[in-house]
Design a protein around this ligand. Sequence first.
Ligand code: NAP
Ligand code: MG
Length: 499
Amino acid sequence: MSTATPLSPATADFLSKRHRMLIGGEWEDAASGKTIDVFDPASENRIAVVPAGEAADINRAVAAARHAFDGGPWPRMAPSERSKLLWKLAELIEANGQKLTEVEILDNGMPLNPAGGMAVPLAAGMFRYYAGWPSKILGDTIPVDPPMSGVEVLTYTRKEPIGVVGQITPWNYPLGMAAMKLGPALAAGCTVVLKPAEQAPLSALILGELIQDAGFPPGVVNIVTGFGETAGAALTAHPDVDKVAFTGSTEVGRIILKAAAGNLKKVSLELGGKSPFIIFPDANLERAIPAAAFAAFFLQGQNCMCGSRIFAHRKIYDMVVEGVAAVAKTMKIGPGLDPANMIGPLISAEQLARVQGYVAAGPKEGATLVTGGKRLERKGYFMEPTVFANANRAMKIVREEIFGPVTAVQPFDTDDLEAIARLANDTDYGLVGSVWTRDLATAHKLAARVKAGTMGINTHGLAGINAPFGGYKQSGWGREFGKESLDLYLETKTVVAHM
Ligand code: NAP
Ligand code: MG
């Protein structure tokens, strides 16, 4: 493999290794011996080979997690000891930051800043945040009425770990996704089988090495690389798995719900989005316009929060269209290892073809292509950031999640906030939204009316490790981040003592 930018020795060493899966504290091949080739989407080169785990490997991993939960030390460990291991893992992530950054860029294609500036600190921050929780998982004492006079009762609740958890993550933000799944599950005392996405599994394997180095007991975290239809399906259907946490497409979310029905395992889902970005005439356009471009093109638009439905008031509509297009044209496109590049490749040839299908559909349905739309004539799955104007609610580019660097601007003429909220809510999704205005009443009224798990006021996207994140409507079930993510991994037991 060759890249223009030299890799650190630690990265070169990791990539040259034979990769295996982490099962019960051991590094294992797939029982079938099958493997999956892993590619760098910037060079189209194969950079690694990982095991193609299937049902037999999932069975071994679930057995290891079951054993670690039912008989192992993890759920019984003193809370402060669990905290120490989670904190240690955060430190190891930071100490291995360069390797994680480079591998994430090569595997996923993301630019340097989303990898080293965001994903690595997010992953370390997640484990550090959840390291604080084991000693703070509290029940209540509840003053229930005694059943008869002269009797005393003591009623209290215990928060107990749910058990063995299957976690399935997508390729678009692999390290961050693995950390946001593992942190709360481990803090709660669960044991885990993690299946990363087949297109970008490498940072999860590094995380597995760091989990081993930190000293987590065997079987607490198991990592099985493999395809969704085989390894993922086996994990979601497994009768010994108590809960599945999934991030990915709404379509696969539905398949997972059906698979989980067998033993009625608990399910949490972080799914797709089609987020509104609403700009009022009084907004600070010097901030709103670059932010709209960033919201649309961050991670090449392969981002569940992607602000791909821009609504601009008619008075400023032309300025917004021209402004977002102008920013798009200045975004340097190229391999993520070069710090000058802001737009990397799409994850695969297949994803590029999908996105180009949407770009072709836009003008056919009456949208105006303002800028972008073309694949770069070079190796790698690079595509220009693309802006459509004169879009409307009937178009595919407005209705469907594209998961590529494509945004569509729609005008609105009304000042009626109910009507504007109806435009924003005219979607099956409800993950994120944002409103851009200097008027506080407009901002807060619209924040209350848009059906989305996270609403930004003069900002778009994620709020923080300790702030809940998740979807209304078909964007998901449950909330990750913060305390609410911990609740996804806990059962509540009520204890009633009659004295
Ligand atoms: P995807 O196709 O749904 O895949 C996600 C994961 O599910 C992968 O690990 C995949 O494995 C696995 N999978 C596929 N079929 C499965 C099955 N039948 N049973 C069990 N697991 C299965 O999604 P993606 O294309 O990787 O990611 C893009 C989607 O994720 C977008 O819709 C995006 O909006 C969403 N997303 C949501 C959030 C959020 O927080 N709400 C964040 C990021 C992304 P393989 O890839 O190995 O086949
Ligand atoms: Mg890859």
